[in-house]
Design a protein around this ligand. Sequence first.
Ligand code: K7E
Ligand code: CUA
Length: 659
Amino acid sequence: MKNRWLPLTLTLAVGLVVGVAGARLGTGASGGSLASLASDRGLSGDEAEAALATYVAPGDYDEYLMFASGGHSGQLHVIGVPSMQLLKTIPVFSPDSWSGYGVGADFSDKLMSEGSNPAKNEPLTWGDTHHPALSETDGDYDGRFVYVNDRANGRLGMVDLADFKTKQILDIPNIQTSHGGVFATPNTEYVHVSSMTPAPQTKDGYAELERYKEDFRGVSTFVSIDQETGKGDLDKSFQIELPPYTQDLADAGKLASYGWAFINSYNTEMAVGGTDKDNPLEKGAIANDYDYLHIINWEKAAEVVEAGGYEMRNGVRMIPLETAIEEGLLYFAPEPRNPHGVDVSPDGNYIAVGGKLDPNATVYSIERIKKAIAEKNFDGTDEFGVPILKLDAVMEAQVELGAGPLHTQFDDEGNAYTSLFVDSAIAKWTLGPLSGVSEEDSFKLVETIPVQYNIGHLVTAEGDTVSPDGNYMVALNKWSVDRFPLVGTLNPQNFQLIDLNSDPLRILKDMPIGFGEPHYVQMIAIDKLQKRIEVYEPGTDPLTMEPSDVATKTGDERVERIGDTLHVYMTAMRSHFTPDIIRARAGENIALHITNIETTRDATHGFAIPGYNKQVSLDPGEVVTIEFKAKRSGSFAFYCTEFCSALHLEMQGWLLVEP
Ligand code: K7E
Ligand code: CUA
């Protein structure tokens, strides 16, 4: 609780600090009034400075945008930095009744059904978004697309950054769950998704747990990306079979390690749980001292696939494990048991593994890895025949950071930042000479900053690229405890903005996350989002960005009965639906093809009909089809759901379903 009544001496100190900040603001901002405002609001000098550092004046824009996963809300969230304001929620795997995604808009139904393997299930209407990945060119974010994995169902979602809408959900064959990735290779040649819990590779997808070693496999997937549409193309993609370990987080090599990929693993013990209460899964899975960092040469794997070194498995080219070993596509390096994150430094030289149960970041170098591979410097193989590189041959350093190191991000000065889950802190440490750090300063803990509380991921500005910006870092904390007013028995998670230009590091702002359980975030400079459009060309199908077949122009509105379906070609504009009276017969299928013919930014309309579970919002220029069966007779008043105009309430009509 903040003390609103500061003692006089402190108030004077505040006045001094804010006075300095105020003086820096030049004419117009008087230091004196800022100081008294700060003191009236009970802000310390540091707090007042932090407020100024994050304030984005009305009408001004943030410097960066973050794309945050929403966890099992199945969505992505767009957040401005440094203001930490939520700008948008993009539904990906889950319905969203505001936009009509999955609640009426035909394109979303299509996405959800195409993105759900029907042999597996009914159309899936939720997902667990974990790791967003922005598309890259030459290892730098290019602002074209953002991808995110569905941890629960092993799927990939793609959002086009032209209009911030989901354009594809891809059900990835041969995996059930996914955690590894998403990462984009440096030119978005591929987007990588690997399995988490291994899945049976049997024909019917069933296997006894006694046959875990024989029948279950992990799978690494390189989804080939169409550079025009951003969509994944399974025909051009390939998979690599992995031993039935639990493959965890993954990252792409870049620059020095271009063409390589890295995946952490745990449960190399292959524990499956069960009734043995002395050996539950969580105990069985930590029996060994080491698990294996998976080192994959994807560039060579792509060549092996082109040369025919694959078998088809459920519609994807799969490199069998034996082929991957024979062709030198897969190597292991020991890593302290049950690590979590693996992150490649901006120059591509170092690979940092977060120990989780071990207080160290273990750092490998690609130079050592390549040398050890060339010299076959192996410590034998695992039981599936994968060569294990000698730890001391590939390990560059271990840096003791604190309890529970998870994920690592980077700045532009050769520093790494690792989240410490158990310590609720972030450790700043130095990389090595290959990242421009002097020999004597290399691999040293610099400082630790506490966060509140239980940090999972963290992100720095452009922190996954070849040229991070520094400037800002955000901690993604799982708990907030008492930092926000009590709003029920579960408080929001907490994003904390940290100033990377301050010494020591300082927290600038908290952002309560009351809309999901974000896992990961990427932060892009806003000026890189060059593809954004302001309004659709009138008559656009948002799924294809092409003119829609069922677009309707003013004067062309009509009703056609084809077979047992009533097609209504409707326009929406301020403040009228045309036609506004629709006659149908009970039992008939109805397809409402609505075109929002507005051409003005933000001139949106909605369409909702009572009792039919249908609602859509139509952006200006957008065409949406709403399909339903007029099950029962009645006179139904439909209406526009967006307050679009002074006559918004008058924007309604009738669906008359005759008995
Ligand atoms: Cu560490 Cu799914 Cu990235 Cu969450 S994982 S914390
Ligand atoms: Cu259109 Cu309200």
